[in-house]
Write a protein that binds this ligand. Structure first.
Ligand code: AFP
Length: 358
């Protein structure tokens, strides 16, 4: 699935995209989307860095918050601002339809354009107020000429993605992307507002002892997830025979970047809480693009049993359980979901339930 390496002619994002298009002209529309995202991301990074200064120093640029979005969350001012920035940038790119976490319905941009985009403009936005990393995640799909309606363009498996990426607004602003070749990383230079190449080929370590999960949901998890975490917590005395470490940022982009950098595994499974049967994360603009980038960096992504990129969506805002990261560890977790022996003879609280909880 991984395409070959592209020789670089310079060290900026623009050089990188130009080299890709020189090699394969069909990538030109995808490259245009990447440029649009980079432009909006640079402005988003600036606004995030300004924080509360932004609204007064920027002529009231940050709009009023308070409207409930499709997920029922109260939108924060920056959610609305970033949604506007990315929508405006993508309207200048060859994008026919946009699905955004912040919009109930798909939005038409450029009729007849070859691509459609699904985006979470500001992932982890509950972290804004506490000055912790947040991000943008997006997926690029081919527009379908025979789509019955705007949503129908997006009912394609993640393997059909033409490209994907995420941006982490942290101590540095990092842009991770793939157009179907190696997953590459870029860093925003705040002096020039341009992205410079950081790493041309990200490679997720195949093995790791570090996992990320919101452990406060332990009692709601299914038996397979509990069994894996129980065994990890037993350390070198337990079935996994090694000590583990845990991290949870509550911004998937930040957890993902750590995993791209030093390995590890991330889990947001379905659980028994009301509305969390398929977990919390959205298939189109969180789960699928992360899975695409992970696979192009040698990692794996699954819903516990099925490869994420094989899942065909049925609704634009649908949720999906997600486990991704170091290939060997993801395989181990799949084993807990598929091998009944691994969860047998444990606590009587464990009931035989599927991955998608009621
Ligand atoms: P928000 O964008 O609403 O802050 O959600 C962030 C997120 O989708 C993902 O980035 C985190 O990994 C996950 O939710 C955190 O969820 P919990 O709050 O349930 O731990």
């Amino acid at each position: 699935m991984r395409m070959g390496r592209t020789a670089m002619t310079g060290n900026g994002l623009d050089d990188y995209l130009r080299a890709l298009v020189a090699k394969d002209a069909a990538l030109a529309p995808v490259a245009a989307v990447m440029r649009a995202v980079a432009k909006a991301a640079a402005e988003t990074a600036k606004q995030i860095a300004l924080g509360p200064l932004g609204s007064s120093h920027d002529g009231g640029a940050i709009p009023e918050a308070g409207h409930a979005n499709a997920g029922g969350d109260v939108q924060k001012a920056l959610d609305l601002l970033t949604d506007r920035l990315f929508t405006e940038a993508l309207a200048d790119a060859p994008v026919a339809v946009l699905v955004s976490e912040e919009l109930d319905e798909p939005k038409r941009l450029n009729a007849g354009a070859p691509l459609v985009v699904a985006i979470d403009p500001l992932d982890g936005s509950s972290n804004i107020d506490v000055n912790v990393s947040v991000g943008t995640i997006f997926s690029i799909l081919p527009a379908l000429p025979d789509a019955a309606d705007d949503a129908a363009h997006f009912m394609q498996p993640g393997s059909a993605q033409r490209g994907a990426g995420f941006v982490v607004y942290g101590p540095q602003t990092i842009f991770i992307l793939s157009v179907g070749g190696p997953t590459a990383a870029f860093i925003l230079d705040p002096r020039s507002h341009a992205f410079a190449l950081l790493k041309e080929e990200m490679a997720i370590a195949p093995d790791s002892h570090e996992y990320a999960i919101n452990a406060s949901n332990y009692r709601h998890w299914d038996p397979a997830v509990r069994a894996f975490i129980d065994d990890a917590m037993e350390g070198e005395d337990g079935r996994l025979s090694r000590n583990h470490n845990m991290r949870w940022v509550a911004s998937m982009v930040a957890d993902a970047y750590r995993i791209f950098t030093r390995g590890g595994v991330f889990l947001y499974p379905g659980d028994q809480r009301k509305g969390y049967g398929a977990g919390r994360l959205r298939l189109l603009y969180e789960v699928s693009p992360i899975a695409f980038l992970v696979e192009h960096a040698g990692g794996k992504a699954t819903d516990g049993a099925k490869r994420i990129l094989d899942i065909v969506p049925t609704a634009v805002h649908q949720r999906c359980p997600l486990v991704f990261g170091s290939a060997q560890v993801v395989e181990t977790i799949v084993g807990y979901h598929t091998d009944p022996k691994l969860i047998a003879n444990r606590s009587p609280l464990f009931k035989a339930r599927g991955l998608m909880m009621g």
